[in-house]
Design a protein around this ligand. Structure first.
Ligand code: GDP
Length: 174
């Protein structure tokens, strides 16, 4: 049992994933970035244990805007007290800013699961494999998993991995 943060750039699918993991519409999903402005929390109870998921505002590269600075601080302070990080990237397009997020997450010193989202959009296997090889090389985290938050692909595997990485503790919520 423990706290799990969903981190990533705007629009990578954090809220969609959160809603499916919790089986209810708790986070607002939108094509429009910056919809999640506060931390949103929900509990996922499975036979393997409980995970308390914390959705965060997307992280932004342009810190000149006060709102972006605020959103980045909120995302970063969310990491305090968290035990596992699920970092989402968009399977079709990562951006230089992802490299920066990678560095921040490396420094956080917590277990990170890199969830490569939107793989439903990658139609041929070769593109998917090439993408994966590159992602593994660039973002050298031990745990990397392709998912589709929208189509619910591999979400059970992701859930199981999260439970595995969380410390063993008694259930704390009914
Ligand atoms: P957030 O800003 O990171 O919370 O992203 P959202 O969850 O709001 O999703 C942004 C957009 O991406 C929405 O239009 C979602 O429907 C879409 N989206 C999220 N996950 C997936 C996915 O796995 N596949 C596809 N094709 N679209 C997705």
């Amino acid at each position: 049992c423990g706290y799990v943060a969903l981190i990533g750039r705007p629009n990578v699918g954090k809220s969609t994933l959160m809603n499916h993991l919790l089986g209810q519409k708790i986070s607002i999903t939108s094509r429009k970035p910056q919809t999640t402005r506060h931390r949103i929390i929900g509990i996922n109870t499975t036979e393997a244990g409980q995970a308390i998921y914390v959705d965060t505002p997307g992280m932004h590269d342009n810190e000149k805007r006060a709102l972006n600075r605020y959103l980045n601080r909120t995302a970063e302070t969310t990491l305090v007290g968290v035990e596992v990080i699920v970092w989402l990237i968009d399977g079709l397009s990562w951006q230089p800013y992802d490299d920066l997020i990678f560095k921040k997450l490396e420094q956080a010193g917590l277990p990170v699961i890199l969830a490569v989202n939107k793989v439903d959009k990658i139609k041929d296997r070769e593109t998917l494999l090439a993408f994966f090889a590159e992602a593994q090389q660039r973002f050298a985290f031990e745990h990397i998993i392709p998912i589709s938050a929208l189509k619910k692909t591999n979400l059970q595997q992701l859930e199981a991995l999260v439970m595995e990485l969380l410390p063993e503790r008694d259930l704390i919520y009914p």
